[in-house]
Design a protein around this ligand. Structure first.
Ligand SMILES: Cc1cc2nc3c(=O)[nH]c(=O)nc-3n(C[C@H](O)[C@H](O)[C@H](O)COP(=O)(O)OP(=O)(O)OC[C@H]3O[C@@H](n4cnc5c(N)ncnc54)[C@H](O)[C@@H]3O)c2cc1C
Length: 428
């Protein structure tokens, strides 16, 4: 043993058996692990990256407040230098800006302000909290294979960062591996959204022009002049801005330059309002790309396994709903797992009892996503025809899809889409 080994704190070996094994240490995994441990169960969480990493998904929805409160991390999040997000504003293809959707307009409460986060810091904060609350958190450990006995998940094979492998048995295996979707891929459960085959190119900039006051931390969404793509602009700590372009694969990939940087620059040329903000800005890292990220799994759970966060599904980045759904599905799954373990029956039925409620919210958001991408639909005209729905639309942007009934609003959206798609009646 060397002197430096002697100074390292002793790390106990991973045990052979836990009540619950969580694969993935993003917001969904950290949430489910923390809340199941709070019920007194033995939880192991493994995260494959040894150190905190850059991740996309930096803009929170205000409704994350309630999950962060339940996790007991609100004060810690408040103490970070994360910019405060009070609103989101949409710019159309001509560059005209909507009135900002201020989250506190209809709900003047503390929960109506949220944050733009550095995910490396945010995810680590949630993992540290999980560890403090009794979860056995291991970084640099990947699930290499989910283990099944017939149709029942019974644990996982783990690959440690020294390359060695070990097997762990669990009563419940939670897949929180994000877009890796370990279990849903293995079981062939993923169904891709047929009309959202999108790609995103994104990076960070310094030196972008930022707004001031209450708007300094706003998320801005810009449609390009030909309406085929859109950009996000998300202010981050230290004057950094996260900027990304999203559009269909057939528009941004097929027949375009192989270099994402070149495609990004071409699209920026079609987006004057954003280009002027970035005129003197410089990227701080190489352009990143991700595609085919919109899918849902046919099931949320089976015998001995549960899916949470992106490992269950993700719809689209347009409304920044991903982290909210990761936290919320983590909460719902934790309650179902605790109840199933208490009843001694972690079956598909008991573990999946939260599925219908989870889908209620994801479906409402899905309808809103499709409205944005519908070339004939305009939110401005919709709100002119239905001014009473501005409040509902703001509630959706807040993420209040589980806190209030939005059925009438979703039905009105669907009706408006049907109306604008009907051929105009020929003049007599
Ligand atoms: C282009 C784009 C932009 C987005 N922008 C936003 C936004 O502004 N706001 C927002 O809320 N959401 C946004 N999202 C969505 C958001 O990033 C995700 O919904 C969110 O990160 C999901 O959290 P998660 O915990 O489910 O998964 P993740 O955050 O992806 O965490 C999964 C974790 O599992 C680990 N892992 C993977 N495989 C294994 C394995 N085999 N063993 C162990 N660990 C493993 C990974 O390292 C990772 O840390 C965006 C998504 C995209 C594609």
């Amino acid at each position: 043993m060397t002197r430096s080994d002697e100074r390292k704190p002793a790390v106990s070996p991973i045990r052979a058996r836990y009540d619950v094994l969580v694969a993935g240490g993003g917001p969904a995994g950290a949430t489910v692990a923390t809340l199941v441990a709070a019920h007194g169960h033995d939880v192991l969480l493994v995260e494959r990256s040894a150190t905190p990493q850059f991740k996309v998904g930096e803009s929170l929805m205000p409704a994350t407040y309630w999950s962060l409160q339940r996790l007991g991390v609100l004060d810690e999040v408040r103490a970070r230098a994360f910019p405060k997000k009070w609103s989101v504003q949409f710019f159309d293809h001509r560059g005209a800006g909507s009135k900002p959707f201020y989250f506190h307009e209809f709900r003047p409460e503390e929960s109506s302000q949220t944050w733009q986060v550095l995910r490396s810091e945010f995810d680590q904060l949630l993992l540290d909290n999980a560890a403090r609350k009794g979860v056995d958190v291991r970084r640099g450990v990947a699930v290499s294979e989910a283990l099944f006995d017939g149709g029942r998940a019974v644990g996982a094979r783990l690959r440690l960062d020294d390359g060695s492998e070990t097997e762990v048995a669990s009563r419940v295996l939670v897949d929180a591996t994000g877009q890796s979707a370990l279990v849903a891929r293995r079981l062939g459960l993923r169904e891709f959204e047929p009309n959202l085959r999108n790609v995103a190119y994104y990076t960070h900039f310094v030196g972008a022009r930022l707004d001031e006051g209450i708007d300094a931390g706003a998320t801005l969404i810009f449609r390009t002049a030909d309406r085929k793509a859109w950009f996000w602009f998300i202010p981050l700590p230290d004057g950094v801005a996260s900027v990304g372009v999203v559009g269909p694969v057939e528009h941004l990939v097929e027949g375009r330059a192989a270099d994402p940087q070149a495609v990004f620059a071409e699209e920026l040329g079609r987006c004057e309002r954003l280009a002027e903000r970035l005129a003197t800005a410089c990227p701080t890292m190489p352009m990143k790309a991700i595609r085919d990220f919109s899918y849902f799994s046919r099931e949320v759970a089976g015998d001995g396994w549960v899916l949470v966060g992106d490992a269950y599904g993700f719809i689209d980045p347009i409304y920044s709903s991903g982290v909210f759904l990761a936290l919320k599905s983590g909460e719902m799954a934790a309650d179902a797992i605790a109840a199933a373990l208490a009843a001694g029956a972690p079956t598909a039925e008991s573990l999946g009892s939260f599925g219908p409620e989870l889908r209620r919210g994801t479906e409402a958001l899905r309808q809103l996503v499709y409205a944005y991408y519908d070339p004939r639909f305009s939110f401005a005209s919709f709100l002119e025809r239905h001014p009473q729905h501005r409040r509902d639309l703001t509630e959706m942007l807040v993420g209040n899809v589980y806190r209030m009934p939005l059925d009438d609003f979703v039905a009105a959206l669907a009706e408006e889409r049907r109306r604008v798609s009907r051929p105009a009646r020929a003049a007599p």
